[in-house]
Design a protein around this ligand. Structure first.
Ligand code: FEO
Ligand code: CA
Ligand code: CA
Ligand code: CA
Length: 634
């Protein structure tokens, strides 16, 4: 079962070279920990030796003021002394639609229709859109996937159209109104903004893939309309006030039949799907509707302020197993979007809009993400890198190679990236931009296949074989975020100094962690790092002494990383944002109770965790406050 559920999809057998050999001197420097030396002075000095210490306050001067928390295997959320974490919005809580406020049933007997008006499962990326400064706003958040063992009273023991509908309704996005009251932060119910977007919500397809032959289906002969979004992992938000939700492991929902073509294989599609939607919803059966598959893997733009607005798939940003879409601006006011593709040996992308962002919010920027230039990253030895343009007719992207139009390029972005020699990365997850320095951080969560026989070897940017701990890579563009060249280094190679294997020890200056996934840089330049050690590995093997998944805070001015939070059993920590005043933090606790097999036993739903209710575990958004009302992290 775990194999089918793999979130580490691995289908890149392309022969574009891993550019850097084992003898690469820059890589040796990286392995020796001399990271700053590999880059020419663009970055703050980093740790020169792997080291760690138990959690303790103020070991380094800098901006972190809290007492770090220890590793933990408790079924609780642990935060530093002087902080409080409270549960705000759990799977099954009513989203807040007027006249439609279904009550959560602890035996998981809510219907599909009820689920469509309740919080979905598996909360992930999240953003706060202020309505009244830092006191009231909208939270938009993703519901990445489901645990069918918890979602239905008897799990998957029986299977039906109603269960598929409930699973589809538990995916997607929530928009909720939240406000700080005398009783703390609460969901406002009802709210005119409250909305659920699910795997069946009507959406529009825009950009160069709209209308493409590969996007047309029996239900949509024009190739411009599609139902729903799913496997929404990380996210983004735009300067014009919209939310971006990203479709990650969409392949897990499509059943190929016995003879997938080369395109389906390059995207990792399989005969069996863990979610079993194809059995009752034929659009997920690729033997009947081969193109439906191409209508997923996109970045979807949502206007959270208008609950009647139609979400739009922005195909100019390329198709990928998108982790997130992080937006910044160029000096001349264009949108720059960074995107990681979380799969082994896949790529990092950047999109630069053709037009400048206009004042006037969402209404004034309706088509901004439909026109621009898509790039893929190549990380070279010596701490330099280049963004390679992915444009039809450019370089190897010829009509003869299958790239006659830009629609071909964006639908087959992986194949295009293979041809131009992009760097195959160790599962790029979230990307964050420091608002003060424009330095960009990307988590490379792990890649145990790196260096295995017949798989790509190490390179400068991915310097460790059997990379079970992951890394955070960082770059700074030459002069402007729209530039095509950049300097890079590793902010940290994660690891455990107590592990005797040299390639496991890393360069952490502070508290041990591995498998970084969520990352966000706040307005003080504190880097918040969240971990997603898979539940098949948690507290075992290389992770035996690292405990439950966690969130840490890093101060780039000192390089210190300090543990801020640990989560309940079986969860990952993913999704973090504060109010603009930095005094309230929202964090998502995803899949508490998930067993190593990634699907709970319906007869023992509480076998791993009872968080947060002392009963069937529920993913949830939590609110973290400093008891004195101060800035989070001080
Ligand atoms: Fe959904 Fe790549 O984590
Ligand atoms: Ca993730
Ligand atoms: Ca995960
Ligand atoms: Ca992950």
């Amino acid at each position: 079962m775990a194999k089918d559920f793999s979130l580490m999809e691995d289908s890149n057998r392309s022969s574009n070279p891993s550019i850097h050999s084992l003898s690469d001197p820059a890589r040796r420097r990286v392995l020796q920990g001399g990271l700053a030396a590999a880059v020419s002075g663009l970055f703050a000095p980093l740790a020169s030796l792997a080291q760690t210490a138990p959690a303790a306050p103020m070991r380094y001067s800098g901006k972190l003021g809290f007492v770090g928390v220890s590793v933990a295997t408790t079924d609780t959320v642990n935060v530093p002394m002087g902080y409080t974490a409270e549960v705000l919005y759990r799977w099954g809580d009513a989203v807040g639609i007027a006249g439609n406020l279904p009550t959560y049933k602890p035996d998981a007997s809510n219907t599909a229709a009820e689920q469509a008006a309740q919080a979905g499962m598996h909360h992930d990326g999240i953003h706060f859109f202020p309505l009244d400064g830092s006191k009231r706003g909208l939270l938009a958040m993703n519901h990445e996937y489901v645990d069918d063992g918890l979602l239905h009273t008897d799990g998957m023991r029986t299977w039906s159209a109603e269960k598929v509908a409930k699973s589809q309704a538990a995916h997607g996005v929530s928009v909720i109104e939240v406000a700080q009251t005398a009783q703390g932060w609460q969901v406002v119910r009802p709210s005119r903004y409250a909305r659920r977007i699910t795997a069946t919500t009507p959406m529009r397809i825009a950009g160069p893939a709209a209308g493409h032959a590969m996007m047309r289906t029996a239900a949509d002969p024009e190739g411009t309309r599609v139902l729903g979004t799913m496997n929404n992992c990380a996210h983004g938000f735009t300067p014009w006030g919209t939310y971006l939700t990203c479709e990650e492991n969409f392949i897990n929902y499509f059943a190929t039949g016995d003879n997938p073509d080369a395109h389906a294989r390059r995207w990792g599609a399989r005969k069996e799907t863990p979610y079993r939607w194809a059995e009752f919803d034929e659009r997920f059966d690729m033997t009947r509707h081969p193109n439906e598959f191409n209508r997923f893997g996109w970045v979807v733009e949502i206007d959270p302020m208008d609950p009647t607005s139609t979400p739009i798939k922005r195909t100019a940003l390329g198709r990928a197993a998108h982790e997130g879409a992080t937006v910044t601006t160029s000096k001349d006011g264009r949108a720059v979007v960074y995107m990681g593709e979380d799969a082994r040996f896949e790529y990092i992308y950047k999109f630069v809009s053709r037009d400048r962002i206009r004042p006037g919010g969402a209404a004034a920027n309706r088509d901004l993400l439909d026109h621009g230039t898509l790039y893929v990253a190549r990380f070279d030895a010596g701490g330099r890198g280049e963004w390679i343009e992915l444009a039809a007719g450019r370089g190897p992207l010829t009509a003869a190679a299958g790239f006659a139009t830009q629609g071909d390029v964006v639908i087959k972005a992986r194949q295009a990236s293979d041809l131009v020699g992009a760097t195959k990365m160790d599962r790029p997850e979230w990307i964050a931009v420091d608002p003060n320095t424009a330095e960009v951080y990307c988590t490379l969560t792990n890649n145990s296949e790196r260096g295995r026989e017949n798989r790509p070897g190490v390179d400068a940017a991915n310097p460790r074989a059997d990379n079970t701990f992951g890394a955070i890579i960082r770059w700074k563009e030459d002069g402007d975020t729209a530039a095509t060249r950049f300097a890079w280094d590793h902010f940290v190679l994660a690891g455990d100094p107590a592990n005797t294997a040299a390639n496991k020890q890393g360069t952490i200056r502070g508290d041990v962690f591995g498998s970084p996934d969520g990352i966000w840089v706040d307005s003080r330049s504190i880097v918040w790092i969240q971990t997603d050690v898979s539940t098949s590995t948690l507290n075992r093997g290389d992770y035996a002494r690292i405990g439950n998944n966690m969130m840490l805070a890093a101060d780039p001015s000192t390089g210190e990383i300090r543990r801020f939070l640990t989560g309940p059993n079986g969860c990952e920590i993913t999704g973090v944002i504060t109010t603009p005043d930095l005094r309230t933090m929202f964090v998502n606790i995803q899949h508490p109770g998930e067993p190593g097999s990634e699907r709970s036993d319906p007869d023992r739903p509480t076998a791993v965790s009872t968080w947060p209710d002392g009963a069937r575990p529920r993913s949830a958004t939590i609110v973290i406050r400093k008891n004195d009302g101060g800035i989070i992290g001080t």
